[in-house]
Design a protein around this ligand. Sequence first.
Ligand code: HEC
Length: 312
Amino acid sequence: MPLLGAALWLLPKSRPWRKVATPIAVAAGVLSATASFGTQAYPDTYNDPTVDYTAESIARAKKNFAENCVACHGVGGEGNGEMAKGLSVQPADLTAPHVGTHTIGDIFHWLTFGGQSGVMPSFKDTLDVDDRWDMINFLLLLSSTNQSRFMGPRGMIQWLIAPDFSLEDPEDKINLLSNLRGVPTLLSFARCEAPGVDEKALEASLSIAHDTANAAGAHQVTVYQGGCPSSVMGRMAVHPKAVESAYSLIDRYPNETPTNEIAEAHFLIDRSGYVRARFRHFEPGDNMAAQLRDQIAMMAKEPFVVISLHSH
Ligand code: HEC
């Protein structure tokens, strides 16, 4: 585009156009400069990931993140690590929604060769290819954590894809969360017998969640730690710790301390695989169960959208 503007300018015949052509050429130049800055494609830009978008992958990355990234990007990824103050370019806030708008290939490129400013080092030698794709899955979820503040019983503004994970199934048919698509799924987390937990209230809440999901025709997957009663359980994860660790990222409100644990939370996943609502607790007599039932009924009637685990 700047070339076209220059050509117009130089052509004698185009003189009457100059008044118009100059601002257009400048604008085009600015636009194309911005565009090429924003959309620069690397050789890796369109690479395919070697690992799926799963909770297990995210949990692996969380460990690598703690070892390799926290010093600059901070424990929660907000860009406020110990080393951040001394750097000439400030580390990005990785919880910001815009991180998820980069192509996954661009992020792969930065992790492999270092950041655009040269301040962020290359991780080619510390993280192998699979580790880097794990990290990208983690980053995609982390950049959605800002949205999780909108997550409530009434549904949320922006939806995020529920990270997939392996399910226990003796018949080996439904061995992934994504196999349950087609019907809404309530994904419930709880830590029974944890210190300071009101066991009675927790068990009552879990049984309300279980009964409501069942009665409304939803699947239920339960990731319960400690001695939760088996009567309130649904399908179980093969790697409950990893699943809890990954989903703890979206359970957290921005002002809460990061942790790998979820005391109690129930995520409602719609029939296409999006996380659509989150309930933190049910009390006998409150209206949360009714809201859950209504949400399930509404989602059961929605059109089914085929989403790929990488359609970010
Ligand atoms: C030495 C400090 C430092 C370390 C360590 C570091 N980063 Fe960065 N990171 C930065 C800085 C500074 C930027 C800002 C732009 C740049 O330099 O590319 C950045 C930018 C990024 C971006 C681009 C964000 C955006 O939206 O533009 C991503 C993604 C990222 N870092 C992820 C990571 C991951 C994952 C790790 C660990 C494997 C890591 N960083 C380790 C300093 C660091």
